[in-house]
Design a protein around this ligand. Sequence first.
Ligand code: CP3
Length: 358
Amino acid sequence: MTEIKNDRYLRALLKQPVDYTPVWMMRQAGRYLPEYREVRAQAGDFMSLCRDADLASEVTLQPLRRFPLDAAILFSDILTIPDAMGLGLHFVAGEGPKFALPIQRKADVLNLPTPDPEGELQYVMNAVRQIRKDLQGEVPLIGFSGSPWTLATYMIEGGPSKAFTKIKKMMYAEPATLHLLLDKLADSVIDYLNAQIKAGAQSVMVFDTWGGVLTPKDYQDFSLQYMHKIVDGLIRENEGRRVPVTLFTKNGGMWLEKIVATGCDAVGLDWTINISDAKARVGDKVTLQGNMDPSILYASPERIRQEVGSILDDYGHDDTGHVFNLGHGIHLDVPPDNAGVFVDAVHELSKPYHKSSV
Ligand code: CP3
């Protein structure tokens, strides 16, 4: 078993006791950090940054140099898979990700290749290997992917969307075509995450950013079913340790029990659910990750500490089972010092809630 100096994040995911609540932030590497903006300018554009293992590792480690975070997350994007399938990913300033060749009909789905993780996506695995080397065992490395449903929204809409009319039209007019796409994506995600694990990712997280726009029945059939397939297909042990899997459906609080039934180790929560209610519903079956509204990071240090304290209090006196995080990604105009206040507050204020603390 390879040694990890601070393994509280992995221990909490496996419901083993820890002396304080581990914390990391979704999108902890990114544009709110001036040092990120500098490296990104050097790389030229976002995808060139992702494709350069040394630079991807550098920006992964930047937030860890500033803040005592308990985990690192691979610097990459969920849209690497559709890009590797040939859809032509590019980023338009102010508009976000766009695909030159969105999926429109059944033939487009039939023609989609399954990318080879050590072929077209090898740059991601090279980044994982480089980050593991550069981390020197300080904290665990998280690998990630988008959920099939969330990837399909971008592939069919051609970019970000508010109403999701194109994918919903396919869902109701041509459900078999959408299922074919989601099943292909689930297979690609399994290959991709297993390759990340073999390359050195010590836990993995599936981002289902848009599952919450579905009806309960459609969530089950078009999103959760495929995440369940992914959980079933993942390598669950590597380097002599269990590799925990976290599922995060934004706005998915009403479906917690169903998410737990996939066999995942942890569920990510956004801020629309109280963590004490979530805990009452899932018992000790899974770890909960979350769930401060990232907008609180605009507030004063006192207000940030107060919110952290109230979430810790809601989770209660329990030695394990909570990984602190924001309920979604950090906003790009948050002052970095406020992120530092947040991380320090979690460590300091959580100690009294853990028996094993001294
Ligand atoms: O968390 C981390 O620090 C790791 C890196 C990470 C990025 N994207 C880097 C990134 C992760 C985990 C993601 C996941 C991701 N990407 C999701 C799921 C999580 C979520 O936020 O819901 C989604 C939906 C995407 C798709 C995507 N990629 C969007 C909507 C954008 C923003 C576009 C924009 O210009 O605002 C991206 C680009 C992106 N991914 C950036 C970063 C740091 C910004 C790129 C830049 O530097 O210009």
